[in-house]
Design a protein around this ligand. Sequence first.
Ligand code: A2P
Length: 280
Amino acid sequence: MFNPEKTMIELADGNKMPMLGFGTYLINDQENMDKVIKAAFENGYRLFDTAQLYRNEAVLGNSLKKLGIPRRQIFITDKVTEMNQGYDLTIQSTEFSLQQMGLEYFDLLLVHWPIAKKFYDTWRAFEELKKRGEVKSIGVSNFTQSHLELLKQKANEMPVVNQIETHPFLRQQPMIEFDQKNKIVTQAWSPLGRGAVLNNPMLEKIAKHNNKSVAQIILVWDIARKVAIIPKSSNPSRIKENSQLDFKLSEDELGMIDLLDKRQRTGNEPELVYELGKQY
Ligand code: A2P
């Protein structure tokens, strides 16, 4: 039974993370943020995902404060941007992010993209931030299997989450299996392919058959493959729709969605970001 408020996935460090979260990329003004955060909270979302790159940490922090939610009832993820990688800058920028949001700790901190130059120093800072209690869990985003294998060579602790782009047009099955083997939870960013997958005729057919929306079909497919999700929407009725995921798809339906993969990215290619040192 899926309940957005209660359905958690256990991380390798023993902490628990909600399966469903709310992505805040491109939501920047206070009025809009207040509206979406209120709608998300009322519909059971407890995980809120931001990044230094989004430049909305203070605005998100304000919206959460206005709701007056006890801190332990919510789960906040932040990400360290390329510009702030390296040991000292990772620590300083994370402390600044905490200050911006009015928080004492993040539930989860992610390396936003792997970059070759600062690779191990950044991770050393993550381990230190966790030791200090400023971050409860540490993870990565946009890491490929080879980045994780590189990290393994020097890490004292491995990431517990890998947040990657994955949706029906970019299934990422080998990556997800590798994460699972290494006790890393895969979390999908842009689970709806930034809207690109929503008009697919096969998904529309499955949606009609189940009397659900295409977005709901995709998110339930993710839950079935144990991938955590952070869909974003600036529309309260779609925010609600994306949290109503208490239904199952048949094995055949899940299999048909698996076949839609065409390795189509909407975002950057991680190997290139790694080489270039920044998103392009
Ligand atoms: P909107 O903000 O107007 O709802 P992703 O999370 O994959 O990046 O996708 C985000 C995009 O998908 C946004 O453009 C959002 O538009 C749209 N979207 C989110 N939820 C739904 C939904 N339930 N139905 C249709 N479009 C949606």
